[in-house]
Design a binder for this molecule. Structure first.
Ligand code: AMP
Length: 300
């Protein structure tokens, strides 16, 4: 089974203590699609401006990402600029320019409407809802969001949560949305908001899964060197849903495994700027880290 992904496609300018890039390929949907393409076929929904380099579209196409759902609109591509200090878990936004996303009206090609696995990656929740309205009978819908949308459109973010199966957010977003310092309480409130499963990402400290009568805590892959954490959350999500779609198994047991695959893809992603590391890795690299994960988390 393939995956349908909607979200930002961006040109990012990012600075970390270890280097910087200007107008590099980025965007939540770009990272997620590239990650998911390591496991399965991807249908991408989004918009770019006339300034978006053709080579980036060729790259995605070369990964088996279907671009029929990507519009090229008059105007400039979405741009995000941010920086990180030595605490690489916290992104500081310098500037967000929605540009062509301001007027974007997602229209799903007919065959996309039959998608069984859907990832609503980070973008205005109203656009996430418009995509959801067009999908006929999905088996599993996963969503992500971020602080900007919680600040600007809290009610719409909550509406999205009420309509998905699995909701994903990072620790600071969960604390902000549910107004509590406790991630365990935030996890409970997340489930009360609608989804059957809630996943809270904790950056380098792993991820927590909450479900009715179930709880799972996964570590992150231990890395000594991180160059650029941008896209960690999106590549985590793309790896996760890519694995669920590939195995065509949305059960909680399989979601636990999918969290580990998501963590592995994210661990590669942060080892370089932009999508450079994701461009290089192979299924063998992923399998190797999976075995290490199994070793690392075993005790009797
Ligand atoms: P993350 O996985 O959280 O590090 O996501 C990083 C990506 O999110 C970057 O490539 C940005 O282009 C994208 N991004 C930043 N702000 C927004 C926003 N408000 N809406 C959608 N995407 C965003």
């Amino acid at each position: 089974m393939g995956v349908l992904i909607v979200g930002s496609i961006a040109l990012d300018s990012v600075e970390t203590p270890f280097g910087k890039v200007d107008n590099a390929l980025g965007g939540a949907a770009t990272y997620a699609s590239t990650a998911a393409s390591l496991f399965t076929d991807v249908q991408l929904v989004g918009v770019v401006g006339e300034d978006f380099p053709q080579e980036h579209l060729e790259f995605l196409r070369g990964r088996g990402v279907d671009l029929k759902g990507v519009q090229v609109a008059k105007g400039k591509t979405f741009r995000w600029s941010g920086y990180y200090d030595f605490d690489l878990n916290t992104a500081h936004t310098r500037d967000t320019q929605l540009n062509v996303f301001e007027r974007f009206d997602p229209q799903l090609p007919e065959e996309y409407r039959e998608a069984k696995y859907v990832f609503l990656a980070n973008i205005n929740p109203e656009l996430q809802l418009r995509v959801l309205d067009q999908v006929r009978q999905p088996q599993l819908v996963l969503c992500d969001t971020m602080n900007l949308w919680i600040d600007r459109s809290r009610d719409k973010v909550l509406e999205v949560l009420s309509r998905v199966d699995v909701a994903l957010m990072n620790d600071s977003e969960a604390r902000q949305l549910f107004e509590t310092p406790s991630l365990i309480r935030a996890g409970r409130r997340l489930l009360q908001a609608g989804p059957k499963v809630g996943i809270i990402k904790k950056g380098e400290h792993g991820a927590l899964l909450f479900a009715d009568g179930d709880f799972f805590s996964a570590p992150s892959y231990p890395l000594e060197e991180v160059l650029d954490p941008t896209g960690a959350g999106d590549s985590f999500a793309g790896g996760l849903i890519g694995f669920v779609a590939y195995t065509n198994d949305p059960s909680i047991d399989n979601l636990r495994k999918a969290i580990v695959y998501g963590s592995i893809v994210a661990s590669f992603n942060v080892e370089d700027f932009s999508l450079n590391a994701l461009r290089r890795i192979t299924p063998e690299d992923i399998a190797r880290r999976y075995e290490e994960f199994v070793e690392m988390t075993q005790f009797a």
